[in-house]
Design a protein around this ligand. Structure first.
Ligand code: FAD
Length: 426
């Protein structure tokens, strides 16, 4: 028995190995990770890690002993160079090769590079890996003027973190609103206001034409001829999925490694999970590639079950979170295609949810500092139930959602508000 080979020791790769063992797989499991670190969490990198609140072992998904105790072979600093599908073998950069019964590709994604002159200067940073986070943290300590290019989740989280550390921060977003591809205008406006109130200079429909400096970044040139002083430039303009390995092996590629509803690629023995895979998602009403912890984790669980002979089409409710200053944004479902939004709660209270409807159907809920709404939304969407827009907007918002869920047989167990908050944060 050759066992399961997992390419990538990130969120999805770790979870695939862990879930195979909990699902009862007894054969060999090997994780090849090109990074030199024991699998760690990426979400804190833009938040608690840079603030010095979560470092070392507290970043790890599991301590090293976890892998040893479960007989999971974790090979760090080992890049898989190619796949020979005919012989079910992977070749490593180190020259060795290994055969597999099943191959799980969890190769993640790489940051999109800033396509302007000067982008290679010292002081222009990206954030994906722990090593990049360490470099960014060190530079941030010394920096005065930080320019963040990109007003998406990562850019805004770094902007918030830099501001908390007392830096002068400017965000340049090329679109007319923040997080435009994923949230409703009302939320873009709320985050613009929140960042502005905390002293972040957010510039919309704004670009940069060049990073200035000789060897080190000193400024950012703007299209109108202006210059922003900058001793640190952080680029957060999206990612591209890591598909080269799969492409060179002849697997079908679309906006990611193409897979079916079981996360199986165009090769029967090869699965793809996490940020690198495009697959049919019932909540998207089509094929989609998602970048979230939930997506990587739940897909890994699904693949482990398929390998164990218990296949089921992957259909978990997508969810996501982002922390910026004291705002926790939690998203459930996929709001693309919505034609109406309903606000529950008030923005002034900094506790509200936006319910997205496509016709009469609830397709997504974005909650700001309202974890109970988020949990309720995940339950509703998972059970393929909907609220009416009137129920969503109910004034008696504290309890109404539970009554509605209860009437649908989806009630929460009696838990304290504190326990619900803790569960939503997990
Ligand atoms: P990754 O975790 O990226 O792991 C892929 C691994 O595969 C990498 O280590 C890579 O080096 C390795 N690899 C690639 N090719 C090879 C090869 N050929 N051989 C060996 N190894 C290889 N999501 C949320 O839901 N909430 C958040 O708040 C949030 N915050 C984030 C903050 C930051 C700064 C970042 C970077 C991401 C954040 N995310 C967040 C996204 C989330 O971390 C990712 O969606 C998740 O890590 C995807 O898991 P993955 O296993 O697909 O990829």
């Amino acid at each position: 028995m050759s066992g399961v080979i997992i390419v990538g020791g990130g969120q999805g790769g770790y979870q695939a190995a862990a879930s195979l063992r909990t699902e009862g797989y007894e054969g060999p499991i090997t994780i090849f990770s090109e990074e030199p670190h024991i699998p760690y969490q990426r979400p804190p990198l833009s938040k608690a890690f840079v603030l010095g609140k979560q470092e070392g072992d507290r970043l790890l998904l599991r301590l090293e002993a976890y892998y040893t105790e479960r007989n999971i072979e974790l090979l760090l600093g080992e890049r898989v160079q190619s796949i020979d599908r005919a012989s079910s073998t992977v070749q490593l950069a180190s020259g060795a090769s290994r055969t597999y019964d099943w191959l799980v590709l969890a190769t993640g994604a790489t940051n999109r590079k800033l396509p302007v002159k000067g982008a290679e200067l010292d002081g222009v940073c990206y954030l994906r890996t722990l090593d990049e986070a360490k470099a960014l943290k060190a530079r941030l300590e010394a920096a005065q003027n930080v320019v963040v290019i990109g007003g998406g989740f990562i850019g805004l989280e770094i902007a918030a973190t830099s501001r908390i550390l007392g830096k002068q921060v400017t965000v340049l977003e090329s679109l007319p609103r923040l997080m435009a591809r994923v949230v409703a205008p009302v939320l873009s406006d709320y985050f613009l206001q929140s960042h502005s109130e905390k002293g972040v200079d957010v510039r919309l429909a704004a670009g940069c034409t060049e990073i200035l400096g000789k060897t080190k970044a000193t400024g950012v040139a703007l299209p109108d001829g202006g210059v922003l002083p900058a001793d640190l430039v952080v680029v957060g303009i999206g990612v591209v999925p890591n598909v080269d390995l799969a492409r060179e092996a002849g697997l079908t590629i679309s906006n990611g490694i193409a897979a079916d509803e079981f996360l199986k690629t165009s090769d029967e023995k090869i699965f793809a999970i996490g940020d690198c895979v495009e697959y049919p998602n019932p909540f998207a009403g089509g094929r989609v590639r998602l970048e979230s912890v939930q997506n990587a984790v739940d897909q890994a669980v699904a693949v482990a079950r398929t390998i164990m002979g218990r296949p089921a089409p992957y259909s978990a409710v997508p969810w996501f979170w982002s922390d910026q200053f004291d705002i926790r944004l939690q998203m459930a479902g996929l709001s693309t295609g919505f034609d109406r939004t309903v606000l529950r709660g008030t923005m002034e209270s900094h506790k509200f949810s936006v319910f997205y409807f496509a016709g009469p159907k609830l397709v997504g809920v974005d909650s700001v500092n309202r974890p109970a709404d988020h949990l309720g939304a995940r339950k509703l969407l998972g059970a393929q139930k909907t609220l009416t827009p009137e129920q969503a907007a109910a004034k008696n918002d504290r309890h109404e959602i539970y009554e509605v869920l209860g009437s649908m047989g989806l009630g929460f167990k009696q838990r304290t508000a504190k326990a619900r908050t803790r569960a939503a944060a997990d």
